[in-house]
Structure formats: structure tokens, C-alpha cells
Ligand binder design. Structure first.
Ligand SMILES: [Zn+2]
Length: 693
């Protein structure tokens, strides 16, 4: 078929039921069909999928769409197949092996026009070879900024895409490549261009990044209670439904709980939920069952609700690009919408934590290399994860990098993908990761600046940061109209919220190693309550025999929480963790045991060897773990405890001491009953430096 305006418009009408192309769409399809390489940078909701759906009809063979957005894949496949009569399938880890095999068979039989693949699938040798054997005519890279280390969301698996394109190109030199992204500044753009231009130049199409129906504003807040106060007011004032973005799972639960208490229909959404639960929540939200959903960025673009009227950021996100993407999810129907950031400077601590914890260190590389070279049997990913003890994502990142730099190679052995050391001994190059660290730190800095400044148009900042050089002041944001989005703070209401916050139960997550059940803590350090400060101060002081460092209010709170725990477990015994600093440890243990009407085993656990440092002085959780590991012992002369164990400590930080106590109880004392940790307070340690957050 000839590719001219008329033909393309006919397809648009007959297959997609649309009257006209949006600005730039027709041109983009033309470029792709004739020049073969195109990188499209345009805002979310600009109809990017049409740019490959139409070419897939025009071209023979398969269109391969590599996309990390699993939720979006599901929606697209049913829409393409049922509504537009374009057969589509997908291969991803959310599907069963059976479903993936079925997709492979029908694609191989030539029945599929568009095949969606998650980038991680390319890491697998068999999948890579399968894709290479297909008659691919167009490769689409969704979220193309993930290819670049200059992008905020670099993913090592994306580097496999370049390898795939090069291999496909050897078979079919005129293969077409389309990169799509909503967020690429000039530097990222240059880098993507460089990587995609394997044997021909890449053309760029960049759209205006303005979202003329979104009104941006920032509200400065002084802490959690103040944030909730503002949030409640905004939700009551703003029409329609909205999303509340939080940076942690805990905060999504907290926001949803608080809103429910105010009779606002709300739910929490985060990566910890089961897949069915996530799908159910999304559907219910689309149907209008909730006024708000408090979500982490796990909700991503999976949510297909065009009439979101507001996006409120309860916490500061890590970058302008992330913020633009998230806030851009409101008002996709073109009607007025609000994007509001509840700004608190202290939020940066969480983001800094994310940056530091995602950064692999030189030690991680050498550790994984050592594991791979020293294992008698070739190691697979599961073995490396188990032996290194590193975060699974970090293991993936480091392994992918070692592969790329030629330190290791992969092969199949008994149906499992294993890694082997190569003979070549190159020098490890960590430039990429140092680069990423700088990029992320600078992006966080820019985001904080967005929250703090009061003189430059907000939309202008977002657009220029994203490389849109035509940006002008929007005339709608709080800066442009010189109207801060605030009300007078009501101190009584804030005190009520603070009190509610201190009464919230903080759970201690269950741990599979040594089988530690979910536990509970009373005082959440991040709330900085009076009670918390008092407890932490008095726990090391021996002021009087009678005063245990627990005020009446705190003691009442402990009793309430214990009665909740008591309904869940049949406690048989209380065992305190030995403490060098908590002077009232034994008295408090005895008081709690009396309250629960169970015996207490004082001195059952003790330090065989004293840890070298206090946990708070150390720099990261690996050090904290090492500090206490294998240092505790138990008293063999005492009779074996019976019934569920309540394991008491003054506070929990990294959880390393509780893990060590559980190890002794399980491995050394051979106890099999439930172990439930209970602490008075919870603190969060800084990462990379000593002290609490
Ligand atoms: Zn403005």
C-alpha cells in the first residue's frame, strides 16, 4: 500500500474509529516508514501507541513492542485484538509459563501482528533466540529513556535491546526502530540517538510538553500531621477523583487509613499487593468506587483513567521527570485538573535512601564475581541471590553489567540459565554507575528546588527540565497567579491528627529467614512524637527504681497494643533481647509478662561476645548485621520455653539484633514455636552514615 495522507486517514477511520490525527502523528508515521529510525519524545496520553499500531498494519511480519509496563500490556492486547482487529500477544513474567508458551506458538505460526515483550525477557538466552528467529519488521522501544544512563530510570536489561536490534538488522537491514518516551532531556536524547543509530541516522520528533489544562501548585508543610491536614482539605475541596502519590508503602496505608477515618472512600495501592488485588483495585477505581487511591509509583501508567481530576504528591518524588510523568496522569480528558505537591524538605531523606540503596558498590561486583568463580557447580541467578544476600534487583543489575563487560558469560545447563567466569580479565569499569549516582543526585536537587522556589512558573520549570526549549510561563500555576494554595493552619485540628498518628500501630514485617512472625512496635520514630523523644532519652537513664522510663500514656498504649496481639497469638513466654543500654529492660519485661499473664525468661539470651559497636554508630545494615551476627548465645541450663515467644526489645532499627536472637532460638536452641517481635520504638537508620534519620 502507498503511504500517503489519504490512505493513512482511511486506516485511522476504518480500523480505529478516529476522525483526524493529532498534531505530529501523521508526520511521525511518515518518518518511520520512510527513514526507518525515529525517536519520539512527547507527553503521556498523546496517543503514542498509534505510531506503531498503524505501521504494524502496513508492514509484513511482526511488530515487537518492548515495554516494562505490564499492566498497560494487558489492556492494550485486549483492545487491539477485540476492537481494532490487530492480533496481539505478550511474553512477560506476570504470565504463567503455559501462557508464554502459547504466545510463542501462535507468534511463530504467523498469527500475531504485535508482540509485547518485557525487557527482562531478553536476558534469557532462549527467549532472545526465539525473538531473533521471528520475521520482525518493526521494533518499538517503549520508555526508551531507560536505555540511557543519563535517564533517571536506567535499566541494564535495556542494553539487551540494542544487541537484539543489531542482530535483527543483520537479517533485515531495513528493519524499523521506533523509540518512545515522555521524558528525555537533551543529554538523554543524544545518548538514545547514539545507541539506536546502529547503521542509519535516527530522526527526532519532540512535542510541546505543556499540559494546558493542568494547574500546578505547591503547599509547604511542616510534617506528617500538617500534610494530612492539607490533604484532607484538598480532597474535600477538589471535585472528582484523584491519586495521592506517596514514596513508601507505609505512607500509602497511612493516607488511606486516615482518609477512611474522614469518611472519604479510599484505598492503598503498592507493589506489596497480590496481582489479583491490584487488578481489582484498578478496576474499582476506574468504575468510581473510590474518591482517592494512595499509591506508590508501582501504580505507574497501568492506570487507564482519563478523568482523574487531581494528583497530589504526599511526598516529594525523586526527580522532575518522575514528577512530570506522575502529575501528567490527571486530566487526560483535557478538562481542568490540579497537580499539587505537599512539600516538606525532610522528604529528601527517603529519596536519598532510595538513591543510595539502588547504587551497586565495587564490593557488590567483586562479591558476585567471587561467587560465580568459586561455586563448584555453575551458579544460576537464584544461587547468586542466596549466596550474596544482596537485594534481588541489585543482583540483576550487577550480573547484567558483568555480562556486558565480559567478566562472565551465560549458558543453559539442565534447563536453567547459569553464569560462568570468562578467561578474559578486563578491568572493571564503574563509570556508568558513578554517572547514574550524579544524575540522580542532581535530579533530586532540581525537584527540591521546584518545591522551594516561589518565583518561577512551575510548568515552565517542568518543561525546560525536560528539554522543551519553547516553554513560557503558563499563567495558571500558583506562582503565575500569585496565589498560594493554602489555608490558615488550624492548630487544634493538627494536634488531633498528631494524636491519631501516635496511636497508629506500626508493624514489624515478618522475616522468612529463621521464620520470624509479624510483630509490632509502639512508637514510630519518624513521627518524632513527644512520647518517642521521652522514651529514647530515658531508656538509658537510671533515675529511680520505680520509674521504668515509661510514662503512663505510653504504658497504656503498650497495654492496648498487647491486647491486640494477644487476640492473634497464644503467648507462652516472654524473652527479652539482652541490652547493654536499656537500663529498665528486665523490669519492663517483667511488667509486660505480668500484663499478659505469662512467665518471663530473663537472661535466657545473652551476648556471648559483645558487639564491637553500637548499631546506631554503624553505616549500613550489612555492617549492623555483621556487628551482631553469631554473637548471641542462650542459657542451656534453663528449661526449654513452651508456647509462642514474645521477643522484647527497646527499639528496632535494621532488625539485625532481632534476627540474631531468632537465629539463636531456632538454630541453637532448636525452638519451633512462633516468634513474635515486640519493641517499644522503631527508628530508621541513615544509610551511608551513622545515626537515625
Ligand atoms: Zn505558571
Amino acid at each position: 500500500m502507498q503511504i500517503n495522507k489519504q490512505n493513512l486517514e482511511t486506516i485511522l477511520k476504518s480500523r480505529f474509529g478516529l476522525e483526524t490525527f493529532r498534531e505530529g502523528q501523521l508526520e511521525a508515521i511518515h518518518i518511520l516508514m520512510e527513514k526507518n529510525r525515529l525517536l519520539c519524545i512527547q507527553p503521556t496520553g498523546h496517543g503514542k501507541s498509534l505510531l506503531y499500531q498503524i505501521p504494524s498494519i502496513l508492514l509484513d511480519g511482526v511488530t515487537l513492542v518492548i515495554s516494562p509496563l505490564l499492566a498497560l500490556m494487558r489492556d492494550q492486547i485486549s483492545q487491539l485484538t477485540n476492537r481494532f482487529n490487530i492480533c496481539a500477544a505478550s511474553i512477560n513474567s506476570d504470565q504463567s509459563e503455559n501462557e508464554n508458551n502459547k504466545a510463542k506458538i501462535i507468534t511463530k505460526a504467523g498469527k500475531i501482528k504485535i508482540l509485547f515483550v518485557a525487557p527482562e525477557q531478553l536476558d534469557d538466552i532462549d527467549r532472545f533466540d526465539f525473538l531473533l528467529a521471528l520475521p520482525v519488521s518493526l521494533v518499538v522501544i517503549d520508555e526508551a529513556h531507560c536505555i540511557s544512563t543519563w535517564g533517571h530510570d536506567f535499566r541494564p536489561s535495556y542494553r539487551q535491546i540494542i544487541k537484539l536490534i543489531q542482530s535483527l538488522e543483520n537479517k533485515n537491514p531495513s528493519i524499523k526502530v521506533l523509540g518512545l518516551t515522555a521524558t528525555a532531556n537533551r543529554k538523554t536524547e543524544e545518548d538514545i540517538k547514539l545507541q539506536l543509530s546502529t547503521n542509519m541516522p535516527v530522526l527526532i520528533q519532540r512535542s510541546n510538553m505543556d499540559r494546558p489544562n493542568i494547574r500546578l501548585s505547591v503547599i509547604e508543610t511542616s510534617g506528617l500531621a500538617h500534610k494530612l491536614f492539607n490533604l484532607e482539605r484538598l480532597i474535600n475541596e477538589l471535585p472528582g477523583d484523584g491519586l495521592i502519590y506517596c514514596s513508601t508503602r507505609e505512607n500509602t496505608e497511612l493516607v488511606a487509613d486516615y482518609c477512611r477515618k474522614q469518611n472519604l472512600k479510599s484505598a492503598a495501592y503498592h507493589a506489596g499487593l497480590a496481582s489479583e488485588e491490584k487488578v481489582k483495585l484498578q478496576n474499582e477505581f476506574i468504575q468510581g468506587k473510590y474518591k482517592i487511591i494512595a499509591a506508590t509509583n508501582a501504580l505507574g501508567m497501568g492506570i487507564d483513567k482519563s478523568n482523574l481530576r487531581f494528583i497530589i504528591h504526599f511526598d516529594v518524588p525523586g526527580s522532575i521527570t518522575a514528577y512530570y510523568q506522575e502529575v501528567g496522569r490527571c486530566g487526560r480528558d483535557g478538562l481542568p485538573a490540579n497537580g499539587i505537591l505537599l512539600y516538606n524538605e525532610r522528604d529528601k531523606i527517603v529519596q536519598e535512601y532510595f538513591i543510595n540503596s539502588s547504587q551497586p558498590s565495587k564490593k557488590d561486583f567483586t562479591q558476585i564475581l567471587e561467587i560465580i568463580s568459586s561455586e563448584a557447580k555453575p551458579a544460576n541467578l537464584a544461587t547468586i541471590k542466596r549466596l550474596s544476600g544482596l537485594h534481588p534487583t541489585r543482583v540483576m543489575v550487577v550480573t547484567a553489567e558483568l555480562l556486558e563487560q565480559g567478566f562472565i558469560h551465560k549458558t543453559k545447563l539442565n534447563n536453567s540459565q547459569v553464569y560462568l567466569i570468562t578467561q578474559k580479565k578486563p578491568k572493571l569499569d564503574l563509570t556508568r554507575y558513578n554517572n547514574q549516582y550524579r544524575v540522580k543526585t542532581n535530579e533530586l536537587e532540581a525537584m527540591l528546588n521546584y518545591g522551594e522556589q516561589k518565583n518561577i512558573c512551575r510548568m515552565l520549570i517542568l518543561r525546560t527540565t525536560l528539554g522543551d526549549e519553547l516553554a513560557e510561563p503558563c499563567g495558571r500555576c500558583d506562582v503565575c497567579i500569585q496565589q498560594p494554595n493554602t489555608t490558615k493552619t488550624n492548630t487544634t485540628q493538627i494536634t488531633t491528627i498528631s494524636n491519631w498518628l501516635t496511636k497508629q500501630i506500626v508493624s514489624i514485617k515478618s522475616v522468612r529467614t529463621n521464620n520470624i512472625a509479624e510483630g509490632m512496635t509502639i512508637l514510630d520514630g519518624k513521627l518524632r512524637s513527644q512520647l518517642f523523644a521521652q522514651f529514647m532519652k530515658h531508656r538509658t537513664r537510671n533515675d529511680s527504681e520505680k520509674y521504668l522510663g515509661l510514662d503512663e500514656e505510653l504504658w497504656n498504649s503498650i497495654k492496648t497494643h498487647l491486647s491486640t496481639l494477644k487476640k492473634k497469638h497464644r503467648f507462652g513466654i516472654l524473652i527479652p533481647i539482652p541490652s547493654r543500654t536499656w537500663v529498665h529492660s528486665k523490669q519492663v519485661a517483667a511488667a509486660i509478662a505480668k500484663e499478659l499473664n505469662i512467665p518471663v525468661l530473663l537472661d535466657f539470651l545473652f551476648w556471648q561476645e559483645l558487639p564491637q559497636s553500637r548499631q546506631g554508630e554503624l553505616l549500613n545494615n550489612d555492617q549492623r548485621h555483621f556487628n551482631v551476627d553469631k554473637k548471641m548465645g542462650f542459657d542451656r541450663k534453663q528449661s526449654k520455653p513452651k508456647g509462642a515467644i514474645l521477643l522484647l526489645d527497646d527499639y528496632i532499627g535494621s532488625g539485625a539484633t532481632i534476627s540474631e536472637a531468632a537465629r539463636v532460638l531456632r538454630k541453637n536452641a532448636n525452638l519451633e514455636q512462633e516468634i513474635i517481635p515486640f519493641t517499644i520504638a522503631a527508628v530508621k537508620w541513615k544509610l551511608g552514615q551513622s545515626g537515625m534519620v
